[in-house]
Design a protein. Structure first.
Length: 322
């Protein structure tokens, strides 16, 4: 019996070794000039946005090091600190020996060369200024772990979620306050506010407001035109004291201030540019609406092909030969 068992196992192993190894169609994958021949397993992120996005997309377990500024979620705080993209801690990175490093901007020639010598592929994921840009950044991240085809599927899922959320919030705003209300997103006093080229302005208009700063650029409302500033609603970073608005000559008489329609938010929730900002946006709109959000968030169907079939174990591959 033992002899038979040994022969059977030997046959299985021989069949496995003699058969052609099935190719993983996910690879190779191209990302920003880098060729990935397999899934990235050890990753250092020097971008708070990428770090947060990795956790939200389900890849937080692949992180082995982060920048000194990566503080969300709490799990990221426990990881080794590897400096920042301007001054990466090359000694720590070498000790971690990652196969991939995400950076928010191009590294110096010296640091790029040092990382290349260590065999670390560097992918630059810049700060997006549109909803489409957030989706494209998520595409880069997912591609590094699951290939281009799976990244396309995940991006379609995210795009559906983003669109459903924005439409749902816009319907609530239209129902409760109409479609002709002007608003601003004030980042810093006195007149640093979201202008049309910014993501914050896109979000403001997508949920149904008219941006009072729509005629300007560069996050600056001209002080000489401030007398014409008449928003019905003001969304501002929580570093701004509402009393300062109530005392300021250009804000104290606006409908937003006189009617108590000033709403604080944490600017970092939006500046991290991760999918989490859509949950933060929902909280802000719920807070500012007279009755809060009254309708349940609609279900949505994602019209995409099923995800790739998981790769079989070595044992399943052997059994397929009999």
């Amino acid at each position: 019996m033992k002899r038979f068992a040994c022969i059977f196992i030997a046959m299985l192993l021989l069949a496995a070794c003699s058969g052609k190894k099935s190719a993983d169609e996910r690879w190779p994958a191209e990302i920003e000039g880098n060729t990935f021949t397999r899934s990235a397993h050890k990753v250092v992120s020097l971008s708070p946005s990428v770090t947060e996005s990795m956790y939200m997309l389900g890849y937080g377990g692949r992180l082995d090091g982060v920048s000194e500024f990566c503080d969300l979620p709490d799990s990221a705080k426990k990881l080794p600190r590897c400096g920042n993209y301007l001054l990466p801690d090359l000694e720590k990175i070498e000790k971690i020996a990652p196969d991939l490093l995400f950076a928010p901007a191009e590294l110096s020639k010296h640091d790029s060369a040092a990382l290349a010598e260590l065999g670390v592929q560097v992918v630059v994921v810049t700060q997006p200024e549109t909803v489409e840009g957030i989706l494209e950044n998520c595409r880069l991240i997912v591609t590094a772990f699951e290939g281009a085809e799976r990244a396309d599927l995940r991006v379609k899922e995210l795009e559906s979620f983003f669109e459903v959320t924005l439409d749902y919030l816009a319907d609530e705003v239209e129902t409760q306050i109409g479609t002709d209300s002007e608003a601003i997103y004030l980042r810093r006093m006195p007149f640093m506010m979201a202008t049309p080229e910014s993501l914050e302005s896109e979000l403001l208009t997508r949920v149904g407001f008219i941006n009072s700063a729509a005629e300007y650029t560069g996050w600056q409302y001209p002080s000489e035109n401030a007398v014409a500033l008449e928003p019905h609603y003001i969304f501002c970073d929580d570093s701004i004291d509402i009393e300062d608005l109530q005392k300021h000559k250009n804000y104290k008489t606006t409908a937003a201030v006189t009617n108590g329609n000033v709403f604080e938010l944490d600017a970092e929730d939006f500046e991290r540019r991760s999918p989490r900002l859509f949950f933060a946006l929902e909280e802000v709109i719920d807070d500012m609406l007279p009755d809060g959000i009254t309708e349940p968030k609609p279900d949505f169907v994602i019209d995409i092909e099923p995800p790739p079939v998981p790769e079989k174990s070595w044992w399943e591959k052997i059994l397929d030969k009999f």
